[in-house]
Design a protein around this ligand. Structure first.
Ligand code: 0YR
Ligand code: MG
Length: 369
């Protein structure tokens, strides 16, 4: 089988809850700069990254695919995806200008499209190609808990997710200007959802070490499952120190671009819940490597879903280190088989591929220049 054509696209899809904020970002749309790869076997693969829908930066990703990566993979056999990933990440001129960052996001989109083709060629969903068995994955809801919501809205929405929609886990954003606000919001949510629901918090990298340490007792008192991205993303030493002085496990990984970054955090014992994202890490190929690293240290993998779950549902089912997956339904209308939750559990996808096949109208409805 040979790759015969490569086209790129950029989707900007409105988020479901209006304008939302975490401690560092506000957004109204989710971005998906991506790629369609065609083959002489008539199989088409789809892959994309996940961004904050900023057209100038999305264009940097599609340009990297159009102008550099396309020439590397054109004419090649897409089923040789692991070899192609190594070639893409080691292509001298590209790694010189961007090891990590834009280049890695572009490689991730291509890698996912190649895995999509490989799974379609095998007639299997990706989770099955990975050697997994059809097993339910527990969902925790992260399409709530936003930091721009007043306390009453936050509490009512968490209660609704649990009582009306059947979620057994939720995550709320922290990293307010005042730590006392975070403590008040956390306590109110825990009281509203009761002791049995999994509750995680996410500071999106905004705190400094003293503030994160001061938050520790409130996290323990409210039985918080993990403290996500407490400190700036790349600060290995800071996370290691925090992990040693608080009793709540630390989660991170959505901002790490390279498998070697995960290796460094793991070697430093600076992370407990490992959160690789195919959309940032460079695709399914490095995701499997990171999940294997975590499994080798008895650490759970709970992916961040920059792809809005489509591929991560497959990798979660397909890898034994995965225990839960976040649910954030911002791109459901784009796909032929959108990831779906019933009674707090993800349905097992059945279509062959990596879950990324776009509906025919996705680009006409959400495509931007
Ligand atoms: C909004 N999930 C996250 C969103 C989300 C961010 O900025 O991108 O909150 O990706 O941290 O865990
Ligand atoms: Mg997060």
């Amino acid at each position: 089988m040979k790759i015969t054509a490569i086209h790129t696209f950029i989707l900007h899809v409105p988020v479901t809850r209006g304008s939302i904020s975490d401690s560092l970002h506000s957004l109204t749309h989710w971005g998906a700069p991506g790629v369609v790869i065609e083959t002489d076997a008539g199989i088409t693969g789809y892959g994309y990254s996940g961004t904050h829908a900023h057209l100038p930066s999305d264009r940097l990703i599609t340009q990297c695919i159009d102008d550099s990566l396309a020439a590397l993979v054109l004419g090649r056999d897409p089923r040789e995806v692991t070899a192609l990933w190594h070639e893409m990440t080691r292509f001298p001129p590209l790694q010189w200008v961007g090891r990590g960052g834009i280049v890695q996001l572009a490689i991730g989109a291509v890698d996912v499209a190649l895995w999509d083709i490989k799974a379609k060629a095998a007639g299997q969903p990706l989770w099955q190609l990975m050697g997994g068995t059809a097993r339910p994955i527990r969902a925790y809801n992260t399409d709530g808990g936003w930091l721009n919501w007043p306390l009453e809205t936050l509490v009512a929405d968490c209660r609704r997710l649990v009582e009306d929609e059947g979620y057994s886990g939720v995550k709320i954003k922290v990293g307010s200007d005042l730590l006392t606000d975070d403590i008040r919001r956390l306590g109110a949510v825990r009281r509203a959802i009761g002791p049995d629901v999994t509750l995680a918090v996410d500071a999106n990298g905004r705190m400094d070490l003293p503030q994160a340490i001061r938050f520790g007792p409130a996290l323990a008192d409210n039985d918080v499952m993990w403290f996500e991205e407490p400190l700036w993303y790349d600060d290995i030493a800071g996370h290691r120190r925090l992990a040693r002085v608080i009793s709540t496990p630390v989660a991170l990984g959505e901002q790490l671009y390279l498998p070697e970054n995960f290796q460094a955090f793991l070697d430093a014992e600076a992370v407990h819940f490992v959160q690789p994202d195919v959309a940032r890490l460079g695709g399914v190929t490095p995701w499997i490597r990171v999940a294997d690293m975590a499994a080798g240290r008895a650490l759970p993998v709970v992916s961040h879903v920059g792809d809005m779950m489509q591929t991560h549902l497959h990798t979660a089912i397909g890898h034994p280190a995965c225990t839960m997956l976040e649910y954030i339904p911002w791109m459901r209308e784009c796909f032929t088989e959108p990831a779906t939750v019933r009674d707090g559990w993800f349905l097992v996808p059945e279509e062959p591929g990596a879950g990324t096949t776009l509906r025919p109208d996705a680009i006409t409805r959400f495509g931007v220049g």
